[in-house]
Ligand binder design. Structure first.
Ligand code: CUA
Length: 313
């Protein structure tokens, strides 16, 4: 039957990579098909009656109709049953989606303009990449360092707002190996559309081996700050301009700033750009976007970052 093949066509939706994704799709299809049937009955019936009972002559009189109890009962009872099914189905699925199993592996998630940061129990941190084991429930404990973001994994059919000043959570159990997209789905400023992350699902033994190896950041304490404070979100190391200029070859270079003067990037210029970030903006880059790091970095931290930038030749 045509509606069955329609119900089975999943090509419009992303891969179903969790059990919940398949259940979610079934509910969605039920809603879609019952709405479609209701729409055809209502609009089709309306068009039919408008043509059939239209006024044909000037002397046509509207017949007197009071009511029809049976008809009224049917058109109330059928929608009632349908709505109750939708409610019960949706409620049980929602409950399943919200209650993380107690054996879940926990990962902390930080949203910030404009990147995702993931932190594991053993202190391992990753930017814009989340690695999880297949077939094991994972619970994400999420918060934001600035504005509201939203963590969305289409293939898992899960989404949750990430809010500054509080924790929200989300859980999933990946059934498929591979890489999946993570999107930010709450407009959070200039580079919202680029706030993407990769979700990698790997076999459990591979995951455990990976987790045990610590990430060696080459470049000393400055590199650590570059990652942790989120400089990485806007300043690349490979020369490609992002929201701000790349750090590659930045030190000692002359740049034209927004008021037209040319300025050399020395230690003091970089310091000012970090603590008093809106003072000078390099021409061609958006003004006033960089947050101020006044009070957030110690003198030692500032030195470390400046040394780190110096090394990006
Ligand atoms: Cu973060 Cu949109």
């Amino acid at each position: 039957m045509w509606w069955l093949s329609f119900a089975q066509a999943s090509s419009f939706a992303p891969t179903q990579a969790t059990k919940i994704a398949a259940e979610w799709d079934s509910l969605y299809k039920f809603l879609l098909i019952s709405s479609l049937v209701a729409c055809v009955l209502l609009i089709g019936g309306m068009i039919y009656f408008v043509t059939k009972y239209r006024r044909k002559t000037k002397n046509d009189k509207t017949p007197y109709i009071s009511h029809n109890s049976m008809l009224e009962f049917i058109w109330s009872f059928i929608p009632l049953v349908l709505f109750l099914i939708m409610f019960a189905w949706g409620w049980s699925l929602y409950h399943e989606m919200r209650a993380a199993p107690s054996n879940s592996k926990e990962v902390h998630v930080y949203g910030q303009q404009w990147m995702w940061q993931f932190e594991y129990k053993n202190g391992k941190k990753l930017n814009n990449e989340l690695v999880v084991p297949v077939g094991v429930p994972v619970r994400l404990i999420m918060t934001s360092k600035d504005v509201i973001h939203s963590f969305y994994v289409p293939s898992f059919r899960i989404k949750q707002d990430v809010i500054p000043g509080r924790y929200t959570d989300l859980w999933f159990e990946a059934e498929k190996l591979g890489e999946f997209h993570v999107f930010c789905t709450e407009y959070c400023g200039l580079d919202h559309s680029k706030m993407l992350a990769k979700l990698k699902v790997v076999p459990l033994d591979e995951y455990e081996k990976w987790l045990a190896t610590t990430v060696e950041l080459t470049g000393g304490p400055g590199a650590q700050i570059y990652n942790d404070k989120g400089c990485v979100a806007c300043h690349s190391l490979d020369g490609s301009p992002k929201v701000g200029p790349s750090f590659k070859g930045l030190f000692g270079r002359n740049s034209v700033i927004d008021d037209g003067t040319e300025i050399k990037a020395d230690e003091n210029y970089i310091r000012e750009s970090i603590v008093n970030s809106t003072a000078k903006t390099v021409k061609g880059f958006p003004k006033g976007v960089m947050p101020s790091f006044q009070g957030q970095l110690s003198e030692e931290d500032l030195t470390a970052v400046i040394e780190f930038i110096k090394n990006q030749k």
